[in-house]
Design a protein around this ligand. Structure first.
Ligand code: NI
Length: 164
């Protein structure tokens, strides 16, 4: 395993739509292991393929490890099945936009389906911080970053803060 360099905004790879993972090959297994190691090293709670230059639909997440409750998951070809009408706002950071935190409103609960590294199909509901995290990582697979959720004034202010 190795720690990979993290792609930094405004790299164009962060604005591209990623292709589905066609098969769980040894390369995908190695990528997932490297992504987890890179996420823990950063340190972060989620990391998506394009953030390490892998333009395929995969992300890793572990929302509990910083609190001593590690729960790593590898999500391949993830999709949202259900989103709540209720919304919640969280301050979201991004390993590709270091030092900037954006207040973003999203559905408070989501249900997601994905393929695991073992080829199995997983369905799980997420709420709280984990719900924001899975939506943030899914965004990366569609070329969407935190800035894209902000109105023009808020975006300009945060982009200026990031550039400073
Ligand atoms: Ni991010």
């Amino acid at each position: 395993m190795s720690v990979l360099p993290i792609v930094q905004w405004p790299d164009a790879r962060l604005t591209e739509i990623c292709a589905p993972v066609e098969a769980i090959t040894p390369e995908i297994e190695a990528l997932a292991a490297d992504m987890l190691e890179t996420m823990y090293d950063a340190p972060g709670r989620g990391l998506a393929g394009p953030q390490v230059g892998a333009m395929v639909r995969i992300f890793v997440m572990d929302t509990g490890w910083k609190e001593g409750k590690p729960d790593p998951i590898v999500c391949i070809n993830p999709m949202l099945m259900e989103v709540s009408e209720e919304r919640a706002s969280n301050a979201e950071g991004c390993l590709s936009i270091p030092g900037v935190s954006a207040e973003i409103s999203r559905p408070a609960q989501v249900q997601m389906v994905w393929t695991g590294l073992n080829g199995g199909r997983y369905v799980q509901s997420f709420n709280g911080f984990a719900a924001a995290c899975v939506q943030h990582e899914l965004d990366h697979l569609d070329g969407v970053v935190t800035f894209d959720h902000l109105d023009a004034d808020a975006r300009a202010a945060l982009e200026a803060e990031y550039a400073a």
